[in-house]
Design a protein around this ligand. Structure first.
Ligand code: PLP
Length: 406
């Protein structure tokens, strides 16, 4: 598949914004959706919309087959050993909350430690703060190097026999840092701790094998990987999921209910209370098919090429500070001297260029960087060198504009 074909699969990209062709550089916030995903959602609602696991009627069976088929597609995509380990959630945030409240509260006690990095998204930070507050556990941070990476030596130093949970982003949504998950899992396991991996920026951009990583929990969101909003995944090792109580209870997740007690269904349904987002799962499955057709290694390589081109071209822009390590995922976070990132994003938007500005749901990391906010351009499989050129031109224009005003 060549890039022109890929771009043509994304109808939203084919439009003008503020009189300019759209340059979408905000895929880390949410990705665009290909025709095949839109069509899968449309087909579900038009031809077999029905609740799952309940009715015996034909549409119900079709919807159940599609929903459970999506689960198998997710399983294969991340190489989990069983569909029992794949739980559909609303997204990364819900998945982490489910682990924090379903596992953390029951298996962490006073005096225990929860280990994090300073680069965590709030979604992988606040639930652990809550667990620490409720249990009397301590939060500990693995120190970061000046370039925004963590070393295995520091991980070794920070994790102790008191550590019960190590929670870590696979890829930082701000710095692009790719964390050493496999090595961290080994350290955590040596101390009897579990590792919770926030894969929101991992799975969409690289081939992920949860078995090889030996992650205990690995979570991600459909909307960042070409799928719909409102659907995400909680992968957990079966032995751990079996020890956990469901956080949400109600319909769909029960085996038997009496006046004063109830028992739960087996995995994975124990964790899926209520009517699930069937269309979301179907759409996510179509997104996985799309990514599989291209190949995750190709996706990753394309982003690496764009990133190295971007690093080169951005040198043409004066007074730009870029944060994060050289070896990283396909995003560039930066600030322009004396210009607020919101102003940078606003000027770029006037030329149809969409970048993100703000704290990126990582306020402790902003503190670490000693800034209040940054701008971020993030790439995906549909971006081209022309998009990078547009960004560079837009930034030069921003610089000129504010240079004259200031
Ligand atoms: N973790 C990381 C690293 C993210 O980038 C995001 C989204 O920006 C999240 C968690 C939260 O994802 P969601 O809002 O889909 O739950």
């Amino acid at each position: 598949m060549d890039i022109t074909d890929i771009r043509q699969s994304f109808p939203v990209l084919n439009q003008d914004v503020n009189g300019h062709p759209l340059v979408y550089l905000d895929s880390s916030a949410t990705s665009q959706k290909p025709e095949s995903v839109i069509a899968a959602l449309d087909d579900y609602y038009r031809s077999y919309n029905s609740n799952v696991h309940r009715g015996v009627h034909t549409l119900g069976t079709r919807a159940t087959d599609a929903y459970e088929g999506a689960r198998e597609n997710v399983r294969a995509f991340i190489n989990a050993s069983s569909t029992e380990e794949i739980i559909f959630t609303r997204g990364t945030t819900t998945s982490i909350n489910t682990i924090a409240y379903g596992y953390g509260l029951d298996f962490v006690s006073e005096g225990d430690e929860i280990v994090l990095t300073p680069m965590e998204h709030h979604a992988n930070l606040i639930p652990w703060q809550q667990v620490a507050k409720k249990t009397g556990a301590t939060l500990k941070y693995i120190p970061m190097q000046a370039d925004g990476t963590v070393t295995v030596e520091d991980i070794n130093e920070t994790v102790t026999d008191r550590t019960k949970i190590v929670a870590m982003a696979h890829v930082s949504n701000v710095l692009g840092t790719i964390n050493p998950i496999k090595e961290t899992a080994q350290v955590a396991h040596r101390h009897g701790a579990v590792i919770v991996v926030d894969g929101a920026q991992g799975v969409p951009h690289m081939s992920v094998d949860v078995t090889d990583l030996d992650a205990d929990f690995y979570v991600f969101s459909g909307h960042k990987m070409l799928g719909p909003t409102g659907i995400g995944v909680l992968y957990g090792k079966k032995a751990l999921l079996n020890q956990m109580e469901p956080v949400e209870t109600g319909g769909e997740m029960i085996d038997f209910v009496d006046y004063y007690d109830a028992s739960w269904k087996e995995l994975p349904w124990k964790f899926e209370a209520g009517t699930p987002h069937v269309a979301g799962a179907v759409g996510l499955s179509a997104a996985i098919d799309f990514l599989n057709d291209i190949g995750m290694d190709t996706v990753h390589q394309h982003e690496e090429e764009l990133l190295s081109y971007a690093f080169n071209q951005l040198e043409k822009v004066d007074d730009l500070e870029i944060y994060g390590p050289n070896e990283r995922a396909g995003l560039v976070t930066f600030n322009m001297k004396d210009v607020h990132p919101h102003d940078v994003a606003t000027v770029l938007d006037a030329d149809g260029i969409a970048v993100r500005a703000g704290h990126h749901c990582a306020q402790p990391l902003m503190k670490w960087l000693d800034v209040t906010a940054t701008a971020r351009a993030s790439f995906y499989l549909y971006n081209t060198k022309d998009d990078v050129d547009a960004l560079v031109k837009g930034l030069q224009k921003t610089k000129e504009f504010f240079g004259n005003v200031l």
